[in-house]
Design a protein around this ligand. Structure first.
Ligand code: E4P
Length: 219
């Protein structure tokens, strides 16, 4: 299973990379707007910096909504660095763009997936990745991980090459659930990484071991 960090914050990305568990990055316009504002750099320079930190797939989202404009924007984004994956929303225009871009060898991440049918359409059009959003589905009373399970099962049934990036992961348990289902990738915010490592029993154990050692050794 691959782990991506869901962020455009270069400091958070560097920190997560130092843990030795990161295979790639996903950004979105919200992340990018924040990074541009705090760094004073252009989005292109932020992307270049991210690409210099980690050698893996880096998703950069297009903001155009018409197929022709999406294609032009995707070509520009892909020209920034060979590791750039262009993120496009699941719409009819998005599918048209994915179909053209996949034939050009430009990698795509079809985003804002909220149903298995959307993921299936994106895979048929040639998407490299699909990103189902778990927390956002749960927020409106659905079970996000159920949608992930359906997508993983369908792709496995037909040996589809499209990889599943489980996204919108605010609960560390969902990372374990995604792994149990055999999802290819989890894209994880920095805060969720911290939760994945922490356990109160570990903290108690460390304290107890250190106390026992101090008492026995007199140090
Ligand atoms: C993934 O590609 C998205 O950037 C991200 O996971 C969205 O997460 P959110 O629903 O917490 O904003």
């Amino acid at each position: 299973m691959k782990f991506f960090i869901d962020s455009a914050d270069v400091n958070a990305i560097r920190e997560a990379v130092s843990l030795g568990v990161i295979d790639g990055v996903t950004t979105n316009p919200t992340h990018m707007a924040k990074a541009v504002k705090t760094s004073g750099k252009s989005s292109k320079d932020v992307l270049k910096e991210i690409c210099s930190i980690i050698d893996g797939p880096i998703s950069a989202e297009a903001i155009s909504l018409k197929a022709e404009e999406m294609i032009a924007e995707a070509r520009q984004l892909a020209g920034i660095h060979p590791n750039i994956v262009v993120k496009l929303p699941i719409t009819e225009d998005g599918l048209k763009a994915v179909s053209v871009l996949s034939k050009e060898g430009i990698k795509t991440n079809v985003t804002l997936i909220f149903s298995a049918s959307q993921a299936l359409m994106a895979a048929k059009a040639g998407a490299t990745y699909v990103s189902p959003f778990v927390a956002r589905l749960d927020k409106v009373g659905h079970v996000g991980m159920q949608v992930v399970e359906e997508i993983v099962t369908i792709f496995r049934n037909y040996d589809m090459k499209t990889e599943v990036i489980v996204a919108s992961l605010t609960n560390p348990r969902w990372v374990v659930d995604a792994a149990m289902m055999g999802a290819d990738i989890a894209t994880i915010p920095y805060e969720t990484f911290e939760q994945l490592v922490k356990h109160p029993m570990t903290d108690i154990g460390i304290e107890q071991f250190l106390n026992d050692w101090k008492n026995a050794s007199g140090r």
